[in-house]
Design a protein around this ligand. Structure first.
Ligand code: CP3
Length: 349
């Protein structure tokens, strides 16, 4: 059995204090990260295992976090499938040849992760060596729908109209696309666990743009397959999306041990809908870190009070930490979650 409090919480085992990590914990809000990115492009940092390893460790040196997450991105997986990805500064990721037809789907390749993204697997091995027994390492992938959305929209999107139109107008090609992505994502998750990732997070950031019935029919079966494959390695799986609060009951069917929730729902309310079978991760609004500590603290207390010491809570933000986030608030948040949750446990026993 693991002694890491993060992995214990994933399995709903009791912990001495609530584990905490932050989505996008390595990123532009840190001067150390900006210094590396001033010299190398986003894709260079991801493709150079030593740089990815260094960036992964930066937030761990700065804050008392309970887990590392490998520095990578969900989108480079698409490059080996035949999509041309660029990270345009100030604009985010852009795919220059987005999928527009059934023929485009059929032209996609499905290379194994060891061929497609060997640098991330090597970065995982490097980070594990550096971490020793200090902290556990999380690997991750985009989920099939969120990757399909980027592949079809060609970037971020307001209404997700292209991907939704594709689902409706090309139902057979949609399923062939989801099949291909399921194969590539499932293999990537397994390869990360084999390289040393001790937990896996599946990011389905945009699944919340769908109606529950469409999610159930067109997306959930593929989520279930990648999660079942990942869990076959024995590591816990976290499934995360935003705006999914109208379908929390369905998320319990994904097969993930942990469900990540955003901040648009009270955490105890979300947990009631998810049921007893899963652990929960979240749910602080990342924008709250821009306020003074006096405003932040009662909102952290609200989450801890609602969880009430129930085993299986991993403290996190409801979405990634934002550029410009004051570093002092991050430090204070992480320390406070530990202190406060330990004190609450003490007074309850
Ligand atoms: O959490 C971590 O510290 C690990 C690293 C990580 C990144 N992206 C690094 C990154 C993770 C887990 C991701 C996941 C990711 N990437 C998601 C799912 C999570 C979410 O936020 O919904 C998505 C949708 C992407 C796609 C992506 N990558 C976008 C939309 C952007 C541009 C927006 C932005 O924040 O700049 C990226 C770029 C990106 N990925 C950066 C980082 C640190 C910023 C790159 C830079 O300019 O230095």
């Amino acid at each position: 059995m693991s002694d890491y409090r993060f992995l214990r919480a994933c399995r709903r085992q009791p912990v001495d204090m609530t584990p905490v990590w932050l989505m996008r914990q390595a990123g532009r809000y840190m001067a150390e990260y900006r210094a590396v990115r001033a010299k190398y492009s986003m894709l260079e940092t991801i493709r150079t295992p030593e740089l990815a390893c260094e960036i992964t460790l930066q937030p761990l040196r700065a804050f008392a976090l309970d887990a590392a997450i490998i520095f990578a991105d969900i989108l480079p997986l698409l490059i080996g499938m035949g999509l041309q990805l660029e990270f345009v500064s100030g604009e985010g990721p852009v795919i220059c040849n987005p999928i527009a037809s059934a023929a485009d789907v059929d032209a996609l390749r499905t290379p194994p992760a060891a061929e497609n993204v060997p640098f991330t697997l090597e970065a995982i091995r490097l980070v594990r060596r550096e971490l020793g027994g200090w902290l556990p390492l999380i690997g991750f992938s985009g989920a099939p729908f969120t990757l399909a959305s980027y592949a079809i929209e060609g970037g971020g999107s307001k209404h997700h109209l292209k991907v939704k139109s594709f689902m409706l107008n090309e139902p057979d090609a949609w399923h062939r696309l989801m099949e291909k992505l399921t194969q590539v994502v499932g293999d990537y998750l397994v390869a990360q666990a084999e390289a040393g990732a001790q937990a896996l997070q599946v990011f389905d950031s945009w699944a919340g743009v769908l109606a529950p019935a469409d999610y159930r029919q067109l997306v959930l079966p593929y989520v279930q397959r990648v999660i079942a494959q990942a869990r076959g390695t024995g590591v816990p799986v976290i499934y995360f999306g935003i705006d999914l609060n109208g379908m929390l009951g369905l998320l319990a069917e994904t097969g993930a041990e942990v469900i990540g929730v955003d901040w648009r729902v009270e955490i105890d309310d979300a947990w009631r809908q998810l049921g007893d079978g899963v652990a929960i991760q979240g749910n602080l609004d990342p924008a709250l870190l821009f306020g003074p500590w006096e405003q932040l603290q009662p909102r952290v207390d609200n989450i801890l009070r609602r969880v009430a010491g129930r085993p299986g809570h991993i403290f996190n933000l409801g979405h990634g930490i934002l550029p410009g986030t004051p570093v002092d608030n991050v430090r204070r948040l992480v320390e406070y979650v530990h202190e406060r949750s330990a004190a609450l446990k003490e007074s309850a026993s």
